[in-house]
Ligand binder design. Sequence first.
Ligand code: FAD
Ligand code: UDP
Length: 366
Amino acid sequence: MEYDYLIVGSGLFGSVFAHEMNKIGKKCLVIEKRSTIGGNIYTQKEENINVHKYGAHIFHTSDEEVWNYVNQFIKFNRFTNSPIANYKGELYNLPFNMNTFYKLWKTKTPAEAKEIIEAEKEEYKTENPANLEEQAINLVGPTIYKILIKGYTEKQWGKPCNELPSFIIKRLPVRFTYDNNYFNDLYQGIPLDGYTELIEKLLDGIEVKTDVNYFDDKEKWDAIADKVLFTGMIDEYYNYCYGELEYRGLEFKSETKDIENYQGNAVVNYTEAEIPYTRIIEHKHFEDSKSDKTIITYEYPKTWTKGEEAYYPVNDDKNSQLYEKYAKLADDEDKIIFGGRLGMYKYMNMDQVIKEALNTVKEEQQ
Ligand code: FAD
Ligand code: UDP
């Protein structure tokens, strides 16, 4: 065999795996169907600004091993994500914290805010929340649910909140302090010179072919390597033999503006249902860019159809059961390993993807 490993996909999972295997002397080839490397974390410098071409990516983790791992390759700034929500023209701080509660009810102390939220929750709460709507109301009460969650979530996922799994909303913190930090994690930041540099460093010294779709010549690619790491869609790999898994699609529309500052914040969410996009990203605010122009990106969620980029797996019960059937097929494979957000059909952040990739490397070495 010409290669020890063929790696399908140059996203974060494939790149970490390739790096670690290369380090221990395994010969790797990475093939990537896009013309760029890095999958969804790809950034591109335009107007002296690192543009997150596939949506805003903020690195955050509490895992020291993962934090140390990425810091071997690149440096991060001290960015703290503090998104603003715009609901019908009014601005609110996220995540749900004392600033949000002040704006809603003019409450100034945690006790005042808790009293209102507890009273609201008391009236509407359910014993065992079975879906996102019930979970959200149990967490923050109906007012915040209506203004900051319902419209955004239903746009994002294209389904009513009472048909969505509750784990999606458990990701959002609720705080009785004046702290607009969106994440609870110990470490947070944006690469000083974009995420593409991280991928370039990971893939340094490894053969990479872009604009190559594995499925266009699967037999040829399988024949040149002992093992294959596949980070594309697992149902596509098995030719949808049990049916299609569901994904959520996205469309990004970017504009370069001849002004220095458009919205004063990296992320502004539009939480009402009537506005078709979920958020506007102003890329320069992720870093300390001195550009006299600015670049903004509107993010429109959309129904995913076969052949389009799949951005989010939809991890509800129906899809999880279908995925289990594909996972059983995967378990019986000797030559192929599945990894990443699409290969494992799991809504994972970057730090989880790195952790999973390092675990896969360990398993391969046993
Ligand atoms: P991908 O990045 O999807 O890489 C898979 C690669 O495989 C792609 O390049 C694809 O083109 C290639 N491929 C697929 N099929 C084939 C084929 N047949 N032949 C050849 N190549 C193929 N995480 C965070 O931690 N913080 C954030 O703020 C954050 N924001 C996000 C915002 C958005 C809009 C999205 C969609 C995700 C966000 N994430 C965030 C998650 C993050 O993007 C993922 O955790 C990570 O990029 C997944 O890496 P991956 O390698 O699994 O997948
Ligand atoms: N969410 C919300 N209102 C917001 C932002 C997020 O209701 O203003 C919900 C929504 O359901 C979303 C989930 O919280 O899917 C997770 O949001 P996050 O910003 O972490 O998602 P991602 O960056 O992965 O799209």
